[in-house]
Design a protein around this ligand. Structure first.
Ligand code: FUC
Length: 800
């Protein structure tokens, strides 16, 4: 720890700090809380009768780019701050130049069954340098210190998902204090508004505190300024400048400053505007001017009053959030604080809590992934550490994909834009990796990436040596087209899909036993087979991902009417991929050979080979019943309870098998204190946001699913299934505004566990097959004219 960091940790606002590693858990003395505050109005709030004692009790706010975790302390408020480009390091290229000669040797060893030896060579000569990627970092905290109170009444803090505002309220000696906080996507500032119901009652001191290496000063008699350089990691020097500014405004009373604090005394109300920026422009350009950016943002926001800032923020949030409503039933449990509802969810008497969890997932995506920003990372946007678990990076062997599972069906297509932008970046950095490591064309990304779009294999052989991360991400480029058909968009991303496919045409090799085309070397993400390693050729997941990548790229080229000969090459290679196989236990095989039951961990959290069942449709109950039965067997062998994200994946898989009650039992575990923290963040454990998103997708998949049917050439046809896996726990309910492939909007109402009505809307005239139970009906949907269907799937007359 250098001296400047040491100094910032000893700011006057910290009553106690652990100096080793500069941890900033605070032991502020909080007052006694008296009285039982009641639930806030409206069903879509998280709320508590006490401040957050831990980070996973604090409430997340974000505008897709900057965010805060609000603790809600009475004597001391902590707003933990993030900016989505504040990562360690700078532009770097991790490719190991020795890989090019090592890989042919590895391939031979794998085909000869010498897996341990192959692993040894990969470890020494193939893995990247450095062997890890860069961590996402906290910016630090804005601390607000209030005059000490010894007891307060009617304390409540909440997060309203419908307005994206967090509020803290309490009464002290007859005065009611209120604090509102939000992160505005319109004005690009975090706004804190402090009021009291008596004049002259607002008094506090604001100061920054951070584990970053920074200088802190005050400016213009009302503004705190923190300026710094990001951390270095694994020999990659910090190359980003950043600045955080907090401007304090007061109505009435007075403002004073010291060299590192701003104080407000006896004001009627106060507003703090917080802006954060770094010099990051792109993965290879760090020449931005953060000071200019934050100064401009604060100056523009300061020209608006609080009500205007709030109104613009709420309007923009609701534009996205209100597209979908979900009603799963109401009960008295809705009056309880959120932490109690998590403890009680498995008593089956709180159906609205599942709807709240679903909407919290949508809220988190809106708050952590907006156009122009970075995609949601392992913790979305929120992180209080300089080296968080798994560096809070982008793990693309499941976690990043899962973050975006709810996006399209839950009507948040815009939120996918940062992911699409990242995949475009990866197609550039990954082209270098393809060429230098493999001597191949196209592009490749292994199991992880970071802000700098590193694409080489990292960490351990059994996680890193996996070439299919970029290929899986391409599913999301294609899904975005299918859910929002727009040829101009498809034209833009087609070269990226083509490049991903090109890499595999250049690197697939023939498996000597069956003559299938397989990846080699590869792994089945993070699972070991029985021969002391994870390294193998053609693990099922790779073959499944490539079947989709090649199939989708062929379809895209047909729709765009381009690339005929490349399309023919893809079709020929696709026909030679290894087919799914059923093993001796009746399970879907995870590897080319029937190794599953002899693997060291048959309950492994990853269920990679079940990719074919979800998110893919290659295996499904309609077209491939024996394979669906084998996938079911594999799921039963793996078991229901796992880490947060792995539990959420299992819910989606049981949805696809049409077993809503089984999916629901797993949902009960996901929403229990074992997998859900008091602030409803998902517990891997530790906190990882993928489980929140996978859980939201799992709830959606109980109500609605859609798939592309096999069609020739450029034609496309979709089947929309309503209530495919409705659990008996939710006999009555309704949902509006969900989306399916083809670009339809769907509303559903059900009663006594049965469909009452379904409504379809589309912005273009088209046909769709609609399925409910065993009935499938072809429906003609005219542009912008909703079609309502009864339980027999007959049109209800009035076509307004
Ligand atoms: C994958 C998983 C781990 C964890 C990590 C971030 O490697 O296997 O469980 O979620 O990503």
């Amino acid at each position: 720890m250098n001296i400047s960091i040491y100094r910032q940790c000893l700011s006057p606002f910290v009553s106690s700090v652990i100096l080793l590693g500069c941890s900033i858990e605070l032991f502020a003395v909080e007052p006694q809380l008296i009285g039982n505050a009641s639930a806030p109005a409206g069903p879509l709030s998280l709320w508590y009768r006490q401040p957050a004692a831990k980070w996973t009790e604090a409430l997340p706010l974000g505008n897709g780019r900057i965010g805060a975790m609000v603790f809600g302390g009475v004597n001391r408020e902590r707003l933990q701050l993030n900016e989505d480009t504040l990562w360690a390091g700078g532009p770097y290229d991790p490719v190991n130049p020795q890989a090019r000669t090592a890989l042919p040797e590895v391939r031979q060893l794998v085909f000869a069954g010498k897996y341990r030896q192959a692993s040894g060579i990969i470890r020494q000569r193939v893995l990247s340098k450095p062997i890890g990627q860069m961590p996402y970092e906290t910016a630090g905290n804005l601390m607000l210190t209030f005059p000490d109170s010894t007891s307060v009444g009617n304390y409540r803090r909440d997060l309203n998902l419908d307005t994206a505002v967090s509020t803290v309220e309490y009464t002290e000696q007859g005065t009611r204090f209120t604090r509102q906080v939000f992160a505005s996507p319109v004005d690009q500032v975090i706004v804190v508004h402090l009021t009291a119901d008596k004049k002259g009652a607002v008094t506090f001191t604001a100061g920054f505190q951070t584990p970053q290496s920074v200088t802190i000063e005050t400016e213009s008699g009302n503004t705190l300024v923190m300026t710094g350089v990001n951390g270095s990691s694994q020999g990659i020097k910090g190359a980003l400048k950043f600045q955080v500014r907090a401007r304090v405004q007061a109505d009435g009373g007075s403002i004073s400053v010291t060299s590192n604090s701003v104080s407000v005394a006896n004001a009627d109300s106060a507003t703090i505007l917080i802006a954060l920026a770094t010099s990051y422009q792109s993965y290879d350009n760090v020449s931005g001017d953060p000071e200019k950016i934050v100064k401009g943002q604060i100056a523009a926001a300061a020209r608006k009053n609080f009500d205007k800032l709030l109104a613009a923020h709420v309007k923009e949030h609701q534009r996205l959030f209100r597209r979908v409503s979900l009603d799963l039933g109401h009960s008295d449990a809705m009056q309880l604080p959120t932490d109690e509802r998590i403890r009680n969810f498995d008593n089956g008497r709180d159906p609205q809590f599942a709807a709240l969890y679903f909407q919290f997932g949508r809220y988190l995506l809106i708050s952590s992934s907006r156009p122009g920003g970075q995609p949601a990372n392992l913790q979305g946007l929120w992180n209080d550490s300089m080296n968080p678990p798994w560096q809070s990076k982008y793990t693309i062997n499941i976690n990043t994909e899962m973050n975006y599972w709810p996006a399209e069906p839950c009507n948040l297509a815009e939120c996918v834009e940062p992911l699409i932008a990242m995949v475009k970046d990866l197609s550039r950095t990954g082209a270098r990796t393809a060429q230098e490591m493999y001597g191949a064309g196209g592009w490749v990304a292994h199991h992880n990436t970071d802000l700098w779009r590193a694409t080489g294999p990292i960490d351990l052989v059994d996680s890193g040596m996996w070439p299919s991360g970029g290929a899986w991400l391409c599913d999301h480029l294609w899904d975005h087209y299918e859910f929002n058909p727009d040829k101009a968009y498809l034209k833009q991303v087609y070269p990226v899909m083509r490049g991903a496919a090109r890499f595999f045409l250049d690197t697939l090799v023939e498996d000597p036993t069956n003559h299938w085309l397989v990846t080699n070397p590869s792994i089945s993400p993070e699972n070991q087979h029985p021969f002391g390693s994870g390294v193998s050729a053609g693990p099922s997941m790779d073959e499944e991902i490539l079947r989709d990548l090649f199939g989708n790229t062929i379809k895209a080229s047909e729709i765009l009417d381009t690339d005929k000969s490349f399309r023919a090459q893809l079709a020929a290679a696709r026909a030679r991929l290894a087919p799914p196989q059923i093993g001796s236990a009746g399970q879907l095989q995870e590897w080319l050979a029937d190794w599953d039951m002899k693997a060291p961990d048959i309950h492994h959290r990853h269920v990679s080979h079940l990719y074919a069942l979800y998110p893919s449709w290659q295996i499904n109950v309609f077209d491939t019943p024996p394979l669906a039965a084998a996938a079911r067997k594999s799921l039963e062998i793996r078991g229901d309870e796992s880490t947060g994200w792995a539990t959420a994946w299992r819910i989606n898989l049981w949805d696809r098998l049409h077993d809503g009650d089984h999916a629901y039992r797993i949902l009960e575990f996901l929403l229990s204190p074992q997998r859900t923290y008091p602030d409803m963040f998902d517990a891997h454990p530790p906190f990882q946001i993928d489980g929140n998103f996978g859980g939201a997708a799992g709830i959606e998949g109980m109500l609605l699913q859609s798939r592309a049917l096999d069609t020739e050439g450029a034609a496309q046809r979709f089947e929309i299934e309503v209530l495919p896996a409705l659990p008996s726990a939710w006999p009555n309910g309704s949902v509006t505004g969900l989306r399916v492939q083809g670009g339809f909007n769907v509303d559903i109402v059900w009663n006594d566990g049965k469909l009452k009505s379904a409504a379809l809307r589309s912005s273009v005239s088209q046909k769709a097959a609609v399925r409910y139970g065993n009935r499938v009906v072809e429906i003609d949907v005219q542009r912008d004219r909703p079609v309502r269907l009864n339980p027999e799937l007959q049109e209800i007359a009035d076509r307004k």
